[in-house]
Design a binder for this molecule. Structure first.
Ligand code: ADP
Ligand code: SF4
Ligand code: MG
Length: 322
C-alpha cells in the first residue's frame, strides 16, 4: 500500500546572484492518514520550502528534484491545472500570517465560498450553511457577522481560525500548518493548538505541523522530523524524540524549549547561528555548534541511519538521554 503523503529524495535549490543555495538536501519523509508529523528546526533549515514545493509555490529562482507523492501521484510532475484541482481540496496549507493567504478586499465568507464552489461545485445556499457550520466548529463567535467581514477587520487569532476553516472546508487528506501560531500571543497560541488537536482526531486527515519550537509538538505530533541546514538530522516517534534523543542538535532544541520540565536542565542551549546554506561547513553541517564535536565530524558527513526501529539519526556517534 502506498503512503498517503510521501517525500522521496527531495532537493530544492535556488539560483541567486551570490551563487547556488541548497535549501533542501535530499530529504525523505512520509505521513499516513490520521497521523501528525511535526517538522522542527530553527529558522532557515528548509522546512517551509519543502512544503511550498509540494504545493507548487516554489519561487521562480527555485528548482526541485525528487518525488512528492499524494495518494500515489507525484505532485512535482503534475500540470498546473491538475495541481490546482488538488490544492485546497485534497491538500491544504495554513500559513503563519493569514494576511498573506487571504485576499484583503474580499469578505472572508466569500473567499471560503469561492473554494467550495471551485472544488465542490456547491450552490450559494448550501455554501452558506457549510461555512457557518465550519465557523462554529473552529470557534468563530457570531459566524454570520464574521462572514461579512474583511480580513483586516478581524483579530489575528480570528484570522487564523478563518484560515483553518478554509483549509478544512473541503475535508482534505493532508493539512500542512506552517508555524500556525508563531504570530499570535501565548493564550491564543494555546487555543489554536487545541483546535488543531481536536480536528486531527475528528477529520482523520494527515497533519504536517511545521514549527521552530519543539515544545509545541508534544500532545499533537505522532512523529517528529528534525531539520538542520536543509537535511533531516533525526526522525522518529514523538516519545523517542523527547525521551530517547539521539542527535546533539535535537538535544539543543530540547533545552531551548521552555515548556519542558527540569528533567533536561543538564542540556546546553545551542550556541551560534545556523550556517549560511551556500557555505555549509565540511563534514557534519552542525559541527561548528556541536558540543560533542570530534575530528571526524569536520571531515565526513554523517548519514541518516536507523538507531532503533523507526528512529533515525545523522550523527557519527550514538548519544542518548536516558
Ligand atoms: N527565493 C529564494 N531565493 C534564495 N533563497 C531562498 C529563497 N527562498 C528561500 N530561500 C532560502 O532557503 C533556505 C530555507 O528557507 P525556509 O524553507 O524558508 O526555512 P524555514 O522555513 O526552515 O525557516 C533559507 O536559507 C532561505 O533564505
Ligand atoms: S556528527 Fe559530530 S558534529 Fe555532527 S552532530 Fe554528531 S557529534 Fe556533533
Ligand atoms: Mg518557514
Amino acid at each position: 500500500m502506498s503512503r498517503l503523503f510521501e517525500i522521496k529524495n527531495l532537493s530544492v535549490i535556488f539560483d541567486t546572484a551570490d551563487g547556488t543555495i541548497r535549501a533542501v538536501n535530499n530529504i525523505s519523509l512520509n505521513v499516513n492518514q490520521g497521523e501528525c508529523l511535526a517538522i522542527v528546526g530553527e529558522s532557515g533549515s528548509g522546512k517551509s520550502q519543502t512544503f511550498l514545493t509540494a504545493m507548487g509555490l516554489l519561487a521562480d529562482n527555485g528548482r526541485s528534484s525528487g518525488i512528492i507523492n499524494l495518494n500515489g501521484s507525484n505532485l512535482l510532475e503534475m500540470k498546473r491545472k491538475e495541481l490546482n484541482k488538488l490544492r485546497g481540496n485534497r491538500i491544504a496549507m495554513i500559513f503563519q500570517d493569514p494576511m498573506t493567504a487571504l485576499t484583503p478586499h474580499m469578505k472572508v465568507g466569500e473567499q471560503i465560498r469561492e473554494v467550495l464552489v471551485h472544488h465542490q461545485g456547491a450552490g450559494k445556499k448550501d455554501s452558506y450553511k457549510i461555512i457557518k457550520k465550519m465557523f462554529e466548529r473552529v470557534n468563530i463567535p457570531e459566524p454570520d457577522k464574521r462572514m461579512q467581514m474583511y480580513p483586516h477587520e478581524l483579530s489575528g487569532g480570528l484570522r487564523q481560525r478563518v484560515m483553518i476553516a478554509m483549509a478544512l472546508i473541503c475535508k482534505p487528506d493532508v493539512i500542512i500548518a506552517d508555524e500556525p501560531t508563531t504570530a499570535l500571543d501565548v493564550t491564543v497560541q494555546a487555543q489554536i493548538m487545541d483546535l488543531l488537536k481536536e480536528v486531527k482526531t475528528e477529520i482523520g486527515a494527515a497533519i504536517i505541523l511545521i514549527t521552530h519550537d519543539l515544545g509545541v509538538v508534544a500532545g499533537i505530533a505522532d512523529r517528529v522530523a528534525v531539520m538542520y541546514a536543509g537535511s533531516v538530522v533525526e526522525s522518529g516517534d514523538v516519545f523517542e524524540i523527547f525521551y530517547n534523543t539521539k542527535h546533539p542538535y535535537t538535544l539543543g532544541l530540547l533545552s531551548c524549549s521552555l515548556s519542558l520540565d527540569k528533567k533536561i536542565d543538564f542540556l546546553e542551549a545551542i550556541k551560534g547561528q545556523p550556517p549560511n546554506p551556500n557555505k555549509l561547513p565540511n563534514g557534519c553541517a552542525f559541527n561548528p555548534r556541536c558540543n560533542k564535536v570530534k575530528a571526524i565530524c569536520k571531515e565526513k558527513e554523517p548519514k541518516l541511519k536507523f538507531r532503533q526501529q523507526s528512529h533515525l539519526s545523522a550523527c557519527h556517534f550514538e548519544f542518548g538521554v536516558k
